[in-house]
Write a protein that binds this ligand. Structure first.
Ligand SMILES: O=C(O)CCC(=O)C(=O)O
Length: 322
């Protein structure tokens, strides 16, 4: 039994390194059948068989040289940094597997939706009833009216703000770049930063943990007016910034709440896929968020990827709300 647990942990570790999402593993017919039987069988029988199937699958994936475009989501990192594991489990479950064993989504989040609506002048009450917690994605087009962030936030602005910060963000997403931390981003050449011809494109994201920086940021944006009065917009800001033609790979998050993201500069196309259990009832969606618009999305329920489709750099800021 102990050996099987250890083997399973090793295999899951290898799956992570290969970039194989748990979603991919649970789609395997053999794993599906096994999961269905899981509740009837004892763990003694279950673990060795699951380990066997996953091991064979990974060997196949590895030998074919397959690599998915699913990387590590911000949630994966968050989760691991916080080291949040279920203490009552016999074995500790990595986040990917937790997601794989999650209860099925209620597909009302996507049923009958064939486009992401764009709305304006929406009351917090209407927003709460229709979008805030239903999982229905929406873009609000008029929520930055009193903000200055669209004019002030730029590569240079962030560079200067962070020059005096010892923290440099608490989580960093390099996506396809070579950067390992935010400091390196701000040290890139001015030509590359401003996407001059012949320089390498880049796209990165980070969350801000520095209170001083947060106070500066918040001088330039406010709580989106449409959030329900009882909803709290979380303190942690997320910033995503980078060049046309780049964006985030397809992934799903494991954060606590839905979030809003304000498109300050540039245009970004979002591709959303419903969770696998809703494939027969719902289809993928696409929406391009224009400068001045805010997308509201439950990134825990919708698989999502992004692509910058403007000629200019894309800069967004966002946060979760409860
Ligand atoms: O804005 C982006 O490009 C990616 C955002 C994202 O993936 C997320 O918030 O989970």
């Amino acid at each position: 039994m102990e050996q099987a647990e250890q083997r399973l942990q090793e295999i899951l570790g290898r799956a992570e390194k290969l970039g194989v999402p748990p979603r991919g593993l649970v789609r395997l017919g053999a794993v599906k059948k096994l999961l269905a039987k899981r509740q009837q069988s004892s763990q003694h029988a279950f673990l060795p068989v699951l380990a066997g199937i996953l091991s064979a699958t990974l060997a196949l994936v590895y030998s074919l040289g397959l690599h998915t475009h699913y990387g590590f989501s911000r949630a994966w990192l968050k989760w691991h940094q916080l080291d949040v594991y279920d203490q009552v489990c016999t074995i500790s479950m990595p986040d990917q597997l937790t997601k794989a064993f999650r209860p099925p989504e209620d597909c009302s989040m996507c049923q009958g939706i064939n486009q992401v609506e764009k709305v304006s002048k929406i009351s917090p009450h209407h927003f709460e009833e229709t979008y805030a917690y239903t999982g229905r994605p929406v873009v609000v087009t008029d929520a930055m009216e009193n903000w200055t962030a669209q004019h002030v936030f730029s590569f240079q602005f962030f560079k200067e703000v962070y020059e005096e910060s010892p923290l440099m963000g608490c989580q960093f997403f390099p996506y396809e770049t070579e950067f390992t931390q935010l400091r390196e981003v701000f040290n890139m050449s001015q030509d590359r930063a401003h996407m001059k011809d012949g320089t390498r494109p880049w796209y990165i994201g980070w969350s801000n943990c520095d209170d001083r920086v947060a106070r500066i940021f918040r001088q330039h944006y406010g709580r989106p007016y449409f959030l329900p009065p009882t909803a709290e917009s979380k303190k942690l800001d997320w910033i995503f910034m980078g060049s046309p033609g780049y964006g985030a790979h397809m992934h799903v998050d494991n954060v606590e709440h839905p979030s809003w993201q304000a498109q300050l500069r540039g245009r970004k196309k979002w591709t959303l896929e419903p969770p696998p259990e809703c494939y027969y009832q719902c289809g993928p969606l696409e929406v391009t968020v224009e400068p001045g618009e805010i997308i509201v999305l439950d990134t825990n329920r919708w698989y999502h990827k992004t692509l910058i489709v403007s000629d200019e750099m894309s800069i967004t800021i966002g946060a979760e709300y409860d």
